[in-house]
Design a protein around this ligand. Structure first.
Ligand SMILES: Cc1ncc(COP(=O)(O)O)c(C=O)c1O
Length: 501
């Protein structure tokens, strides 16, 4: 029935060529990309069993010096090109997972390869400063430039950090400081506060909480881990704060057929948020911040409605808790808007928006209100990395110039529609196809089946991601276009047929 995705011959290698790749492959490159990507292969090319012999050897070597069993692919980054990744055994894959969603413009983008061919930029790269004390003289201009290009509406402050967890960790600190400043009316600390804080005791170290949601993921540093709720293996054996965990809506799909259930689900979760606010307040640990992902990502790509996010904001405001949107995974364009929360039509700006991944370094935007009054309250040695900011500036210029968010929206719509059609043939083996832009996922019947789908896709030359127990997720580049989507869909359809007949 799904002849659209079945080509007369499903060869293991399509004709392809890469400037950096195997010259023996033929020279037909894909011409229908939204932006020209010179030499991008026109399809995957698998030459060995997966994992191949060199990969196995490298894994053995690495395992001798660290626990390396999370390693999936050793990459030959010299040979990767555009949407294609090449492994140590010279296998070429279409990459729809992109290093956990961190490669916005594909591999070895020609313009990015040029960025440090400039003495000033090169010197900014090699002289990595302690940004909180010795920033380069061009740093204020660079920060202003980033603000002008991507600051979420209403957020006037920008702090760069190292990674996603580091961004969230510091966002929590801003929320706590703002809460105490509001309680105290100022930041003139009492002697009792300055003394008790060194003993980890109140009032200097107050009892305050961050609310997060079931299945959320906010990082693995000690503070963020208390807000992370997706998998036990990330948390086990680590002491944690006693912070509230609210339910996140679990929708039924298709959305059009389950509107009533899903709206009730929103209200059920929101009622529990209010209840938990009250419980924690009564037990003397008021909630100073609510952190939420616009789409719960590591937790399985769980979506919630704009209504849910608007109401959640109003409950947070009512309780003087900062509303923190964790856009570490959704930020940077994969949903078809630069920030996913732009879909929510919030009544007022969130207090803090955190980012990392596609933006190359961690960081967060805040309102003026969240700004600490004294220096050194959120601080570390590097506080980001000018080298990554230089790359980010280039990324942003290309995303805008090449209208890549439009590309994400149109490729995403196409891929989502096609996956829904495939789902209609194979449900309930797969179900709940969902997504915004190319931030797309579906659910498999069991974890074993989900893992097998990903394994078979890889054997056919597509690297796809899993999340939580049952989810298959797509996190392609912003250059992922219809021809790439067709290759993925064709492989996916073949895998479905193999596994169900
Ligand atoms: C939503 C979200 N927040 C925070 C993080 C943590 O980011 P990092 O791994 O850079 O610390 C992640 C990582 O996947 C994430 O998806």
């Amino acid at each position: 029935m799904w002849s659209k995705f079945i080509k007369p011959h499903s060869a293991t290698c399509r004709s392809s060529v890469s400037k950096f790749g195997n010259k023996s492959q033929s020279t037909a490159a894909c011409n229908s990309l939204p932006a020209k990507f010179p030499g991008e292969p026109s399809g995957p090319c698998i030459k060995t069993s997966i994992p191949g012999p060199r990969t196995k050897q490298l894994l053995e070597d690495l395992n001798k010096i660290q626990q390396a069993n999370s390693t999936s692919v050793f990459v030959n980054y010299d040979k990767c090109c555009g949407n294609y990744i090449v492994d140590a055994d010279d296998n070429t894959y279409l990459d729809v997972y992109t290093n956990i969603s961190t490669i916005p413009l594909g591999y070895n983008h020609p313009e990015l390869l040029q960025v440090f061919n400039n003495e000033h930029e090169l010197k900014s790269l090699i002289n990595r400063p302690a940004l909180g004390i010795f920033p380069g003289e061009d740093w204020p201009k660079r920060m202003k430039n980033i603000m002008d290009m991507i600051a979420p509406s209403g957020l006037t402050q920008l702090n760069t950090m190292m990674c996603g967890a580091c961004a969230n960790e510091n966002a929590f600190k801003h929320a706590f400081m703002a809460y105490r400043r509001r309680e105290r009316g100022n930041d003139n600390f009492s002697t009792e506060e300055t003394e008790t804080v060194l003993l980890n005791q109140p009032p200097g170290a107050p009892k305050l909480a961050i609310m997060s949601f079931k299945n959320s993921f906010h990082g693995r540093t000690l503070g963020t881990l208390s807000a992370t709720r997706s998998k036990y293996i990330q948390k086990i054996d680590i002491p944690a704060f006693d912070w509230p965990c609210a339910p996140f809506p679990q929708y039924k799909y298709p959305l059009e057929e389950n509107e009533k259930f899903n709206m009730e689900e929103d209200d059920r979760c929101l009622a529990e948020v209010e209840h938990l606010m009250e419980v924690w307040y009564k037990k003397g640990t008021p909630v100073a911040g609510v952190i939420v992902e616009p789409i719960q990502s590591e937790g399985g790509d769980n979506h919630a409605s704009p209504y849910f996010f608007r109401k959640l904001q109003s409950i947070a405001r009512k309780n003087n808790a900062a509303y923190i949107l964790d856009e570490v995974q959704t930020g940077g364009g994969p949903t078809g808007k630069f920030w996913c929360h732009e879909y929510f039509d919030l009544e007022c700006p969130p207090d803090i928006v955190t980012f990392s991944k596609k933006l190359q370094l961690g960081g967060y935007f805040t309102t003026e209100d969240m700004k600490p009054q004294q220096p050194f309250r959120t601080f570390n040695t590097w506080m980001g990395d000018p080298g990554k900011v230089i790359l980010l500036e280039k990324y942003l210029e290309i995303i805008k110039r090449d209208k890549l968010l439009e590309n994400v929206r149109s490729t995403g719509k196409y891929t989502l529609e096609c996956l829904k059609q495939i789902q209609s043939e194979f449900a309930p083996f797969i179900h709940s196809v969902r997504g915004r832009g190319t931030f797309i996922a579906l659910t498999a019947e069991t974890t074993e089946k989900r893992d097998e789908i990903i394994r078979r896709l890889r054997a056919k030359g597509t690297i796809c991601g899993g999340a939580h127990d049952l989810t298959v997720r797509l996190r392609p580049t912003l250059l992922f276009a219809k021809p790439h989507a067709d290759i993925f869909l064709e492989s996916f359809y073949e895998v479905m047929k193999e596994m169900t007949f």
